[in-house]
Design a protein around this ligand. Sequence first.
Ligand code: CP
Length: 312
Amino acid sequence: MIKNLLGLKETLKDDIIAILDDAEKLKRDVLLGGNKKSSLLGGKGVITLFYENSTRTRVSFEMASKYLGATSANMSSSGSSVAKGETLIDTVKTLEAMDTDVIIIRHSMSGAPHLVARHSDCHIVNAGDGMNEHPTQALLDFMTMREKKGNIKGLKVAIIGDIKHSRVARSNIYGLKKLGAEVALAGPATLLPKNLEEMGVSVYTDVDKAIEGADIVMGLRIQLERQKKGLFPSVKEYNKYFGVDKRRLSLAKPDAILMHPGPVNRGVELNPDIIDGSQSVINPQVTNGVCVRMAVLNMVANGKRYESKQEK
Ligand code: CP
């Protein structure tokens, strides 16, 4: 059982599967059960501590903790004493002194959640750290893959875009390899870090080749702020050579699904007709985000698996 969730690199395959199984049960029992009020986290205090912007991750953690009966609060770096120069460790110690049980942290510095976990007795959950990992995003991706495809083992997953800066890609690669998927990556050479093959994945600069025969096509957000650094010539050219459109998606299996962690730059990494098309599972990914976050919060805060009353 896990005390913290810092990344999928260090999470055992059995724990990943346990989280996914629990998330499915919590979806059925709590999210879709007709009464989104469980007492699983009754008496627990949960704080989201975000040093970067977020819509999906932050709100879904808050909803997940509320659906499970925790007392929750949100803290952003702007508007807090962080803006007055308080250090990360001092901030965490301050929140811990309020008898908080779980701190969910997003930070621009890779390794920030690991640092915090070394200085705090609270349960720490990584909500995205720099270019390192975004474990709950990958878990919600896996939940969606299992829902749509039954099993992850043997699937071909094509991940397209800015691999270099993507914590989503890194968590997906670690988890998908543990779960037995084949992973193909594609993007501009400037956005593909060296030595990716050592992670057991195939790497292409030709997007068509990566997508050919895929079960899952996952687009990644192009971080437009990086364009200033000259990593790709223009947004228009990026879309032409690396964007996923109807033609490129048709190279995947006929029943392939299209994923994206969001937020999407419409017409850049994905074309609008496929974002809103029948193969897109972008909104189900968001729904499943609440479920995996309920499962993770229950596992770290209670130190045990979710037991569904329906199975007793
Ligand atoms: N996918 C994701 O992390 O989205 P947010 O930045 O909105 O949380």
